[in-house]
Design a protein around this ligand. Structure first.
Ligand code: ADP
Ligand code: MG
Length: 245
């Protein structure tokens, strides 16, 4: 079953074509690693999926619902409903600095008013345990390490029970000794069959954890497939050059 269906996605900034007719699907339980040089359009692609950017053409379907179809966006309330099915984790965490860990986790579900306060509290404490931060619920983000902040951001994204999690270089802003703890949380999620798209420079993670790798360059998907094909036996010169860099 397809969670994300992208076809012929187009996006330009002025004269700069950043996404050139991109198409791909993400099926339930897939872990898709997106790799490629800086400036190739990876962030723009992810941000378009969650409607932080508007595309100029093409279609995005999420769990069968059209976010945008042939360049025409659905109505605002439908868009809102569709984007809550996706959780996003950013390079720079984007936690609310004036809220505690627990408040960061509980804010979106409380605003959505779909569940009782006690159900929300129960889930936030379960997720804090999952990311190894039980006991830090009253801490503010400024008092956490980068690795802890990113683990909180992942838990926050999971609070809305999304169909898919999107990660944009989740470990790129971390000191090297803190990347492992974040990658471990992501690996645990993959083992629990969470559907994920991960833009990453961590080639080891892509090779070990991804079910599929997409290589992007200059606004295009150059090749995609199983990590053992794309990363070990790339078919295109541009992929080879990137992997050998
Ligand atoms: P990546 O994440 O692969 O590094 P991006 O999606 O961030 O690539 O950027 C793709 C291209 O679009 C780059 O050339 C970048 O400079 C340009 N770009 C990104 N965001 C904007 C923006 N808001 N305005 C103008 N150009 C942008
Ligand atoms: Mg980027």
């Amino acid at each position: 079953m397809a969670i994300i269906e992208v076809s012929n996605l187009k996006k330009s900034y002025g004269n700069l074509e950043v996404l050139k007719q991109i198409s791909f699907d993400v099926n339930k339980n897939d872990v898709v690693a997106v790799i490629g040089p800086s400036g190739s359009g990876k962030s723009t692609m992810l941000r378009s999926l969650v409607h932080l950017e508007k595309v100029d053409g093409g279609s995005i379907r999420v769990s069968g619902d059209d976010l945008v179809k042939d360049g025409v966006y659905s109505k605002p309330d439908e868009i809102k409903q569709i984007t809550t099915k996706m959780g996003m984790v950013f390079q720079h965490f984007n936690l609310f600095p004036h809220l505690t860990v627990k408040e960061n986790l509980e804010m979106a579900p409380r605003l959505a008013k779909r569940e009782s306060a006690s159900d929300i509290r129960k889930r936030s404490s379960e997720l804090l345990q999952k990311i190894g931060l039980t006991g830090r619920e009253s801490a503010y983000p400024a008092h956490l390490s980068g690795g802890q902040k990113q683990r909180v951001a992942i838990a926050r994204a999971l609070m809305m029970n999304p169909d898919i999690l999107l990660f944009d270089e989740p470990t790129s802003a971390l000191d090297p000794e803190l990347t492992g703890e974040v990658l471990q949380v992501m690996k645990d999620l993959a083992e629990e069959h969470m559907t994920m798209i991960v833009v990453t420079h961590e080639m080891g993670f892509a090779k070990e954890v991804a079910s599929r790798v997409i290589f992007m360059d200059n606004g295009e998907i150059i090749e995609s497939g199983h990590p053992s094909d794309v990363m070990t036996n790339p078919q295109f010169e541009r992929t080879k050059a990137f992997l050998n860099r």
